[in-house]
Design a protein around this ligand. Structure first.
Ligand code: UTP
Length: 296
């Protein structure tokens, strides 16, 4: 049995990126040539996930428009013979069904994932945060390895984790391993944004998850936590208390997560993707080198 359903939460308010996010979703901000959420969808589709649910909310309608087919635009570009631009719309042809459910109020990531219950039914499913790009996307990707691990260990939840510097643990959901192992480990406890020194671990949850449907029961039992929101980290803690098995997979060498949730991370992501651009990466690099030497 494989997994064919994925959930992308995109209903957050994006307040840390104001004013850019006052009237548009942060998940639609461009990084390089594409909006962030397009990278996320392409990553999932490349792993054979064919049913994708967006947990959406106020001011997020442009995400739905972006994944709609646009025959008018295609006809216009075809008639004008603009094949280069037509290629940019190739993503519209992906064999994937999109579904949308509204969160109503952004009451936290745990609450957002809870809105997927009817869609999910009784099979395991993937969750990928809509504001985080994973690189590289060539096989075998992180999501593929998460699915393999989840199914072979018969886990209830499998998380991607990456090591963060000591002084950044208070910005993430942090997992403490039961026993330290090479690439994977079983989780002992989890804390959302722990105070410095509170957790003897630097493993931050890295925006990609696989869950069994019993996460919904755990979410229902989870009270509001940090910021008054229902946190998915807390719900996974409840899942552990319910006797669930939670395993973590470390990002491999060369794998990188780009979370664009704040301005500094967004600027870094944009610079990296501009440098990786096939057509302009080289000239951007030259421009930056000249600029840093004070010539521009
Ligand atoms: P974040 O917590 O980073 O996003 O959630 P946010 O709440 O939009 O950020 P700030 O603090 O206001 O700047 C990570 C992902 O989860 C989604 C977000 O849209 C983002 O893609 N999310 C978050 C929801 O769908 N619903 C929520 O209630 C919270």
């Amino acid at each position: 049995m494989g997994i064919e359903k994925a959930v992308i939460p995109v209903a957050g308010a994006g307040t840390r990126l104001l004013p850019a996010t006052k009237s548009q979703p942060k998940e639609m901000l461009p990084v390089g040539r594409k909006p962030v959420v397009q990278y996320v969808v392409e990553e999932l589709v490349a792993q054979g996930l064919r049913k994708i649910l967006f947990i959406t909310g106020r001011k997020k309608r442009s995400i739905e428009d972006h994944f709609d087919k646009d025959p008018e635009l295609v006809r216009m570009l075809t008639e004008s013979g603009n094949n280069g631009l037509l290629e940019q719309l190739e993503y519209e042809k992906a064999e994937v069904s999109f579904f949308y459910v509204r969160q109503g109020l952004p009451l936290g990531l745990g609450h957002a994932i809870g809105c997927a219950e009817d869609f999910v039914g009784d099979e395991p499913f993937v969750v990928a945060l809509g504001d985080t790009i994973m690189q590289p996307t060539e096989s075998p990707t992180l999501v593929h390895r998460l699915i393999q691990s989840h199914l072979s260990h018969k886990s209830n939840c499998t998380l991607a984790v990456c090591e963060v510097p000591e002084d950044e643990v208070n910005r993430y959901g942090i997992v403490k391993p039961k026993l330290e192992e090479e690439e994977e480990f079983e989780a002992e406890t989890l804390v959302e944004k722990p105070a410095k020194g509170e957790m003897a671990s630097r493993y931050a949850i890295a925006a990609r998850y696989v869950f069994n449907p019993n996460i919904f029961e755990a979410i229902r039992r989870t009270p509001p936590g940090m910021g008054g929101e229902i946190q998915i980290t807390d719900a996974i803690g409840v899942l552990l208390q319910m006797g669930g098995k939670v395993r973590c997979l470390k990002l491999g060498p060369g794998e990188k997560r780009y979370d664009i949730g704040n301005h500094q991370a967004y600027f870094r992501a944009f610079v990296d993707f501009a440098l990786m651009d096939e057509e302009y990466g080289y000239t951007v690099r030259q421009y930056l080198q000249r600029k840093l030497r004070g010539f521009e």
